[in-house]
Design a protein around this ligand. Structure first.
Ligand SMILES: [Zn+2]
Length: 52
């Protein structure tokens, strides 16, 4: 199965709770949550992967 990652935004002023990222099989190994930006507040330093 392609990876699915749940991400939360830790910016206290951001109204986004969490979102889910669905990757294809072609996602490079070096890609991580640090490469994403929050779709709500647009910051790239507040995202954290949720460990289930
Ligand atoms: Zn945010």
């Amino acid at each position: 199965m392609p990876a699915t990652v749940e991400v939360e935004c830790e910016n206290g002023d951001c109204e986004l709770d969490m979102f889910e990222v669905h990757y294809t099989y072609d996602v490079p190994d070096e890609h991580g949550v640090d490469d994403l930006v929050c779709p709500y507040c647009d910051r790239d330093d507040t995202l954290a992967e949720i460990e289930l």
